[in-house]
Design a protein around this ligand. Structure first.
Ligand SMILES: Cc1cc2nc3c(=O)[nH]c(=O)nc-3n(C[C@H](O)[C@H](O)[C@H](O)COP(=O)(O)OP(=O)(O)OC[C@H]3O[C@@H](n4cnc5c(N)ncnc54)[C@H](O)[C@@H]3O)c2cc1C
Length: 456
């Protein structure tokens, strides 16, 4: 080895260094997507940024592959690798809220559950994912779409600063007027530019919300999707909502005889004044008979964790995605053909609205380029049994093949499969060349390549 040995690394690192013969290796090598069964040479669980620097230097000097894991939710399994180094940030999950300045600083291994719990205590929140177990890191670095996005922008739009360990082991602060080219690149460019050890976010007054899921008969789906397309274009921005093709899980608010039936669901989140919530959701109630719903006032973190049980770790995942500017009747017809064939309860299609505040950021102001797209669609295959991989992957691919020609060329990198690497240029549109320049500046040897890779 050209650099330190694993034994020497153990002496330098305050956190854990887990090699194949160590207790805990089997657990440490796992990622959320059960499709990936990889065996790294070593998993480092840093206790602090110094440990991250040591692990980055170790990987580079020994010319080993390097995977970085925040919350571990990467659908293509980018949080692990064979025979290389994994930096698993799961011990670094602290969140410190500054209520006076309405900001929060969170370590790179925090999940949205960690983050929301900390900020909720102060009646504050920012845009994060719709599931609480997703990591803030991967989600924010790719953009970050969630219930609050129409009102306050993507997660990356709320980033104030980030602490970054670059490929050469340097520690850089990225924010406006300090390494601002790096700050530009990490707001959408994914994990290509370094390990982010902490993120500082802008917060907004959001404590309790009014919302939840509503289930409609499939026979209403065309009507509802067409309504959603028009309504969400200029609905009040405190409203986040997305339609989903969804098999009814066995939950108490759904009539027992309908468990297992497929529905068109609408999930809504009104983050404005609570007493206006009922009125804000009235259009969804007037639209068609609601078969079942779980709608009401609740703490924002409660909605944020309401679907966690549908997505336990270890499922098989295969996803595809597109941005959509015009959700045409033809595109809706394609959804109506494939959405109702959703094969299992955890699989789904979501059509997220990304207008409002997301549109008010210029396409070249951050690496996230699709600022004029109105929707981000994800076809998310998630199922428990590897023996069913072929059928489930086929559902995603057939659905994608039908909708992609009616969508933009690019899609949201965080919703993409590993076989989508050839779409990366399209995902960044006019920002791609600048991202390549940034990659050449900050990671010319492509140490950070276990990701949706921007090649130097
Ligand atoms: C159940 C589920 C729900 C989801 N819901 C949403 C949603 O509502 N909105 C949305 O926008 N996306 C959503 N996603 C997609 C999600 O944004 C991506 O999967 C994201 O990559 C997850 O981040 P992570 O930190 O958990 O993943 P990881 O697997 O840890 O990392 C993902 C990528 O980011 C890099 N990375 C991770 N941490 C760091 C770090 N600290 N520094 C540098 N690079 C790092 C990794 O190398 C990898 O390339 C969801 C995914 C799942 C599985």
């Amino acid at each position: 080895m050209a650099g330190l040995t694993i034994e020497q690394l153990r002496e330098r690192v305050r956190g854990e260094v887990i090699a194949p013969d160590d207790d805990g290796y089997e657990e440490a090598r796992k990622v959320y997507n059960g499709m990936f069964d990889r065996r790294p040479a070593v998993v480092v669980r840093p206790a602090n940024t110094g440990d991250v620097i040591a692990a980055v230097n170790f990987a580079r000097e020994n010319q080993l592959d390097l995977a970085v894991r925040g919350g571990g939710h990467s659908v293509p399994g980018f949080g692990t690798c064979d025979d290389g180094v994994v930096i698993d940030l799961s011990r670094m999950r602290g969140v410190r809220v500054d209520p006076a300045n309405r900001t929060a600083r969170a370590e790179g291994g925090a999940t949205w559950g960690d983050f929301n719990a900390a900020t909720h205590a102060f009646g504050l929140a920012t845009t994060g994912g719709i599931v609480s177990t997703t990591g803030i890191a991967g989600l924010t670095l790719g953009g970050g779409i969630g219930y609050l996005a129409r009102g306050v922008g993507l997660s990356c739009d709320n980033l104030v600063s980030a602490d970054v360990v670059t490929a050469d082991g340097r520690f850089l602060v990225a924010r406006e007027n300090e390494n601002d080219d790096l700050f530009w690149a990490i707001r959408g460019g994914g994990g290509n530019f370094g390990v982010v050890t902490s993120f500082e976010y802008r917060l907004h007054p959001v404590k309790d919300i009014y919302g939840g899921p509503m289930f409609y008969e499939l026979s209403e789906a065309r009507n509802i999707l067409r309504f959603y397309r028009e309504f969400i274009a200029d609905a009040p921005e405190q409203l986040g909502a997305f339609p989903a093709f969804q098999i009814a899980p066995p939950l108490p608010f759904i009539p027992e005889e309908r468990h297992g039936d497929t529905f068109l669901a609408m999930v809504a989140c009104w983050a404005g004044p609570l007493d206006e919530g009922e009125r804000a959701l009235k259009p969804f109630h007037d639209l068609a008979p609601v078969v079942a719903e779980h709608v009401g006032a609740m703490p924002y973190p409660a909605l944020n964790s309401a679907f966690d049980a549908l997505y336990p770790p270890g499922l098989q995942h295969y996803w595809k995605a597109n941005f959509v500017t015009e959700l045409t009747d033809e595109a809706i017809d394609a959804h109506l053909e494939h959405g109702p064939k959703v094969p299992v309860v955890s699989s789904t299609t979501h059509i997220y609205s990304i207008n409002g505040a997301c549109h008010r950021v210029a396409s070249d102001a951050t690496a996230f380029a699709y600022r004029d797209a109105n929707f981000a669609t994800v076809i998310a295959g998630m199922w428990p049994d590897p023996a069913q991989n072929e059928a489930n992957i086929k559902w995603v691919r057939d659905y994608y093949d039908a909708t992609a020609p009616l969508s933009e060329e690019g899609g949201y990198i965080n919703f993409m499969a590993g076989d989508d690497q050839d779409r990366i240029k399209a995902n960044y549109r006019g920002n791609y060349e600048r991202l390549v320049d940034m990659k050449r500046k900050y990671d010319p040897d492509n140490l950070f390549h276990v990701n949706q890779n921007i090649k130097p």
